[in-house]
Design a protein. Structure first.
Lengths: 247, 368, 370
């Protein structure tokens, strides 16, 4: 594993007409890091994430993700990252197995490699006996876990999680974070946006966006010290109170 | 009641927010009226034809010129060889070939009798028949002009009056037709799809646990579309009157009342569909693919119902569009009063009641 | 890569028997039933006769009018008002009035007048009814003239005889005209709608976003999506051909190779329409509305019922811009006239252009990257 940054941005900006959604953000995320990306609705989180995952072309600045340039090599980036969005995004009308086969296939997994990855995944999630069930019939918590595992099926070095635990019960959330930790320990960088401030505490580093800019960025502990706050909740409110953009 | 109004308001906001749909809902009748009011017609005008004339001399040429000058035909090919006919038709260059016999002029002069063959492309039988009829008319006129002044003895003249539509404008048939078709599909489609959508996304449950009666929830969803359909009726009538210059002869309030009744018929049909299916795609398929052609065909708008075989005539009776279309024609074009359409009205009321009843029953079964 | 998408699509299609059934069964039923109803051969025109002249001539004329295939006598009276009422009620389409002294006028004055009143709300019917009535009256006129004129045919009258021939469809069989056209339209409706809805529903559910962050290229995604529908489309066309033969006894005079080639190309264009539409809209509801608008134009401007020839220039141009107009024209020329690929080569070119332009626009419009 190289010690080089997995994500590296410099003055990355995206404007839509006169509106600057993301305003000159610069940061680095290292291998194995759980990088928390916080911000109120409309602060520019989703736009930033879309740029980094190759979905949206930046207006200016530079950024490299898993060693590729976001301007020119978005297709290469897509091959090497995983992505899971808040909207549950596996196919409801396909079985667990068929979903794995489809997404695995898209990431270039074939034949025995695909079979092996599938077995591993099902075993880890203890979904072996449910593999022929339609995804629609699974409880939401399992769907989310399955969704995360599918996003990791091609063993990417970086995974984007867009509010992954929305609407999930506390126990499942806990299990979900255990999966995240496990992945991070294996050297995968996790880039996660969330609304839950207790989740922010689990991150190795947190960046808080306000009005398109990064207002603060450090470890949760350092942030709490800096703002003299008891928990991340307070840190967030202190920063977000000054926001000009509403929802 | 207050909560019910709140629901209605919410539905209106939904519809209002979707500007793109709103735009189509308003723009569609306008565009369709323009296109069909001016484009659709069953008259043959400037139709391409060919002439096969091995030896075109003056006599023939003057007849050919007469044909070419008529508003019905444009000659786009002069042939010299019968072999060309087949290709002319097969390549869709035109729909009729007029064949003059070899020594047409000679024969006409000496034998006083010459032959012309009219070959129509009867792929479309009516157009072919009509074109042949027009050509015969032109030739008969020409023949008369050769006779000069002489009047035939014992002549029976025919005087024709085209009632209600003296200029034979197609709009008189197409305006009611397009209006009936738009209302049928819009009402059914929009209601069924919007309700099934809530089902598909699970937000239906949310609405059903509210203090409002479930059936009211459903009605509140249909209401904005009822209003939009009514706006479309007004647009169509205004355009018919002022753009297409079509007089509205009957009582305008009767016309509007009937339209409201029919809107409720389509909404109730939409309700029925939405309570029978679970997926938007299925709802859409039923209300678009399932309704479009049958409403078009069985309404009598394109094809006269009395021309159909008996079983088809019977089928046409269960198509609501047919009854509305007949009401529209009677009131709008012929200017007739309620006494002529009470039977139709009763049938539409019956259909609406039937659809609603079945829909409500299905809905209740689903809930329990 | 494309294979993986195709496999997934097929799985989803077969998982949802409702939609599959709808896609196959509904058009089949319509194709079987509608041609029986869509008969435009106007024969049974309901006739009301007002005979105010109780003479042998008027009797003969009435008999002649009723004897043919065209008219069906629904009322005979001596009062025009009663006849007019039956038009208002929709019982009669045409009134023929034979006035008082009809016979006397012919013989004494050399001239008599018959009046025809037609319910012209349906212009076609009125026009044809009038045409038929004129023909019959003309024949009757010729008959009595020959009887009354003592001398044999006077030779100084020149005569141009016309012979009509209805080529390709000598019995004016309306099924022959309608079946291929209806088949074409049904295939178009189903093809365009299903491909639009399929993609829009992925948009609505959000799965398309997931696809967008994968390395799957957009052309791969689109080809993978369209291929299954193309195959299903070809199957339904085949079923349509079988129905045409079994139910209506219609076979393609121009053989099946050329029609299959053209259909394949046409389906590409139709799926392109669906694809393009899906890039414009966000919800299935919008998709339905847009397709409804398109379908109305397809049905009414494509020449299925009303001849494109009789439209004004701008409408003909509009009609030419719609792929179904071309398909209907081509399927009719191949089936009924037996046109060969060479005969309709330009049409192949036009459809190829449609397919390329529509799909090209759709791919350009379908953005994986804004």
């Amino acid at each position: 594993m190289s010690k080089e940054a997995i994500i590296k941005t410099q003055n990355l900006t995206k404007s839509f007409g006169a509106f600057t959604a993301v305003d000159k953000i610069s940061f680095e995320a290292m291998p194995g890091e759980i990088f928390g990306f916080l911000g109120a609705n409309g602060a520019g989180k989703t736009t930033a994430m879309k740029m980094l995952s190759g979905l949206l072309k930046p207006s200016s600045g530079t950024a490299s993700v898993v060693g590729f340039d976001v301007f020119k090599q978005s297709e290469m980036i897509k091959k090497n990252i995983g992505y899971m969005s808040q909207k549950f995004s596996l196919y409801d009308d396909l079985t667990v197995e068929e979903n794995i086969a489809f997404f695995g296939g898209i990431y270039g997994l074939r034949g025995d490699v695909l079979k092996l990855a599938q077995m591993e995944l099902l075993e880890r999630l203890q979904l072996m006996d449910q593999s022929k069930k339609l995804v629609a019939s699974l409880p939401l918590g399992w769907k989310q876990k399955l969704s995360f595992s599918v996003a990791m099926i091609h063993k990417p070095r970086l995974v984007f999680l867009d509010e992954p635990t929305g609407g999930v019960d506390p126990i499942t959330r806990r299990q979900f974070w255990e999966m995240i930790y496990e992945a991070a320990e294996n050297g995968v960088t996790i880039f996660v946006t969330t609304h839950y401030m207790d989740e922010a505490e689990y991150c190795s580093r947190v960046s808080i966006m306000v009005d398109g800019k990064i207002a603060a960025m450090d470890t949760p502990r350092a942030l709490k010290e800096q703002f003299g706050a008891k928990n991340m909740d307070e840190v967030f409110y202190t920063l977000a109170r000054g926001a000009k953009r509403g929802e | 009641m207050k909560t019910f109004l709140a629901f209605v308001l919410k539905e209106f906001q939904h519809v209002w927010r979707d500007k793109r749909s709103l735009f189509i809902l308003i723009a569609m009748p306008v565009m369709l009226m323009f296109i069909f009011g001016f484009a659709l017609s069953n008259e043959v005008k400037n139709s391409n034809i060919a002439i096969l004339c091995p030896k075109p001399d003056e006599e023939v040429l003057s007849l050919i010129e007469k044909i070419d000058q008529s508003k019905y035909f444009t000659i786009n090919k002069m042939m010299h060889n019968p072999n060309e006919i087949e290709n002319y038709f097969k390549q869709n260059k035109g729909k009729m070939v007029i064949v003059f016999e070899n020594d047409f002029a000679d024969k006409l002069q000496h034998d006083k009798l010459a032959n012309v063959q009219l070959i129509g492309d009867a792929t479309d039988p009516n157009t072919a028949t009509t074109m042949i009829g027009y050509a015969q008319g032109i030739i008969a006129d020409y023949q008369k002009s050769l006779l000069g002044e002489t009047n035939l003895p014992y002549a029976i003249q025919v005087e024709t009056r085209m009632l209600y539509n003296p200029q034979l404008l197609s709009a008189y048939n197409f305006v009611p037709g397009v209006m009936a078709l738009i209302l049928t599909l819009l009402g059914t489609m929009m209601t069924s799809v919007s309700i099934v959508k809530e089902k598909e996304f699970g937000s239906m449950e949310l609405l059903l646990v509210s203090p409002v009666k479930p059936i009211m929830v459903i009605f509140s969803k249909a209401l904005p579309y009822a209003l939009l359909c009514f706006i479309d009726v007004l647009i169509i009538l205004l355009m018919a009157r002022y753009v297409l210059d079509m007089p509205i002869r009957g009582n305008i309030f009767l016309l509007l009342a009937m339209s409201v009744l029919f809107i409720f018929t389509t909404l109730s049909l939409g309700l029925l569909i939405s309570n029978s299916v679970d997926q938007q795609q299925v709802a859409m398929f039923i209300s678009l693919v399932g309704l479009m052609m049958p409403s078009l065909i069985f309404s009598g708008f394109m094809f006269p119902i009395e021309n159909m075989p008996k079983p088809m005539q019977i089928i046409s009776n269960i198509v609501p569009t047919k009854w509305y279309f007949e009401i529209l024609k009677s009131v709008m074009v012929k200017g007739l009063g309620f006494s002529y359409i009470w039977k139709h009205t009763l049938i539409l009321v019956g259909m609406t009641a039937f659809f609603t009843l079945v829909a409500v029953r299905k809905f209740k079964i689903r809930l329990s | 890569m494309i294979g993986i998408v195709i496999k997934k699509e097929f799985r989803q299609i077969f998982r949802n028997p409702n939609i599959l059934r709808m896609m196959m069964v509904m058009p089949i039923i319509q194709l079987i039933i509608i041609p029986f109803a869509a008969d435009y051969e106007i024969k049974n025109i309901d006739l009301a006769i007002v005979n105010q002249d109780n003479s042998s001539y008027s009797q003969r004329l009435v008999q002649k009018l009723v004897a043919g295939n065209y008219f069906q006598l629904v009322e005979a009276s001596t009062d025009y008002r009663t006849a007019q009422e039956s038009i208002e009620k929709g019982h009669a389409d045409l009134i023929i009035t034979i006035p008082h002294d009809f016979e006397k006028n012919i013989i004494k004055e050399n001239k008599a007048t018959i009046s025809i009143s037609a319910d012209a709300v349906n212009g076609v019917k009125a026009g044809l009814g009038n045409l038929y009535a004129n023909q019959i009256i003309g024949q009757f006129n010729a008959e009595i003239r020959e009887e009354l004129l003592v001398m044999p045919r006077h030779n100084e009258i020149v005569n141009i005889q016309t012979f009509a021939q209805n080529r390709y469809n000598p019995h004016n069989d309306y099924h022959l005209f309608m079946v291929p056209g209806i088949l074409a339209l049904l295939v178009t409706m189903v093809g365009a709608l299903i491909s639009t809805l399929n993609i829009v529903s992925e948009k609505e559910k959000g799965t398309i976003e997931q696809i967008n962050v994968t390395p799957l290229k957009k052309y791969q995604f689109i080809i993978g999506k369209l291929t299954p529908f193309w195959i299903l489309g070809m199957i339904s066309i085949t079923i349509g051909f079988i129905i045409s033969y079994v139910v209506f006894g219609i076979v393609s005079l121009g053989g099946y190779l050329s029609i299959y080639l053209y259909s394949g190309l046409y389906l590409l264009a139709v799926l392109g329409i669906g694809l393009l539409l899906s890039t414009f809209v966000d919800t299935q509801q919008q998709a339905t509305l847009f397709s409804f608008f398109l379908m109305m134009n397809f049905v009414l401007l494509s020449g299925l019922y009303t001849a494109v020839e009789s439209m004004p220039g701008w409408a003909r141009f509009l009609s030419d811009l719609l792929p179904p107009s071309h398909f209907i024209k081509v399927i009719r020329s191949i089936f009924i006239k037996g046109s060969s690929v060479v005969d309709i080569l330009p049409e192949f070119g036009i459809m190829a252009i449609f397919a390329v332009v529509l799909n090209g626009l759709a791919v350009m419009n379908y953005r994986k990257r804004a």
